[in-house]
Design a protein around this ligand. Structure first.
Ligand code: NAD
Length: 297
């Protein structure tokens, strides 16, 4: 059994930390949201009132936060992880963040005597619940090896990506492909419907044909076909449009830095931006189907 500090108990951090509890660990969790705290407590997390209480005396600390700005605040702030953890505690950031922020966290952790890895994940909220996530782990070899043991109860795949910050580009490029696939799935699904195909029949065909993708199998944007899809739940967020927009813009920014044309990715970013501009940023990103079926402007 390990003592684990966990900061960020949202759509991903909630079910991920619950799997660490189920594996027999003591998890001390903190979040700013009372609803997230309440759900985590119901799943067996020992909820605490500060980062300091979550991290002090822990074997390992995981963070699962929205963006680079949140991760920097949680690690580097006066009341943050680095100020309050013991240097023997291994630090693992599983948030998807920009490479510059990841580098700043690696540098600050190392300057303060900590071992730190960036370990973003793929697999969505359903993968978080089912403990089938893929982790992409960047950092010094020994730290990555030790992190792997703590990550195991949440993962199907744990893939070392190389040195410090290398997990983040893997995640950003993966999500660029995911969101393009999601947009393609939304267009195919709506057109199939307009051509008179039964939604289940079309899904049965596409899921074993060349139109297949993770987005189609997990986030199908038409209700009543795929159990894990937010479309069944009026697009209550499993992955918000705000965070999808953050991720695709991380890819676009990296593409600009490397002179890489992302014509399709840039177009998909405009779809998420339209959702956000119409006040839907807090809903699930698969709601971009509404821009195809006409239910949204
Ligand atoms: P979320 O918004 O549901 O959860 C983030 C949580 O962090 C919230 O509960 C928020 O209150 C908390 N938080 C923010 N600032 C904090 C602070 N200073 N102290 C303590 N808690 C704080 O987001 P999510 O969907 O769980 O995503 C988390 C990260 O994982 C993001 O970087 C996202 O891009 C990435 N991700 C999400 C998915 C997905 O399907 N949702 C999949 C893979 C990766």
């Amino acid at each position: 059994m390990a003592v684990i500090g966990w900061i960020g108990l949202g759509n991903m951090g909630g079910p991920m930390s619950a799997n660490l509890v189920a594996a027999g660990n003591e998890v001390r969790g903190f979040d700013l949201s009372p609803a997230a705290i309440e759900a985590a407590a119901a799943a067996g997390v020992t909820t605490v009132a500060s980062i300091a209480e979550a991290v002090r005396g822990s074997d390992v600390v995981f963070t699962m936060l929205p963006k680079g700005v949140h991760a920097r605040a949680v690690y580097l702030g006066d009341d943050g992880v680095i100020a309050h953890a013991d240097t023997g505690t291994l630090l693992i950031d599983s948030s998807t963040i920009d490479v510059e922020s990841a580098q700043a966290l690696h540098d600050a952790a190392s300057a303060a005597g900590f071992r730190f890895v960036d370990a973003p994940v793929s697999g969505g909220m359903s993968g978080a619940s089912a403990a089938t996530l893929t982790f992409m782990v960047g950092g010094e070899e020994g730290a990555v090896r030790d992190a792997t043991e703590f990550i195991r109860p949440m993962a199907r795949n744990i893939i070392p990506t190389g040195g410090a910050t290398t997990g983040q580009p893997a995640k950003i490029c993966n999500n660029l492909m995911l969101f393009i696939n999601l947009a393609a799935t939304a267009e195919g699904a709506v057109l199939a419907d307009r051509l008179g195909l039964d939604k289940q029949v079309f899904w049965d065909i596409a899921s074993v044909s060349s139109g297949d993708s993770w987005a189609l199998r997990t986030w199908y944007p038409v209700a009543g076909v795929v159990e894990t899809a937010a479309s069944n739940n009026d697009f209550a967020p499993t992955f918000t449009a705000d965070l999808a927009n953050k991720d695709i813009n991380l890819a676009i920014s990296a593409a600009k830095d490397t002179g890489t044309p992302l014509e399709i990715g840039e177009h998909v970013a405009t779809l998420f931006q339209r959702l956000i501009d119409s006040g839907q940023g807090g809903r699930d990103c698969s709601l971009i189907v509404g821009l195809v079926d006409g239910s949204l402007e």
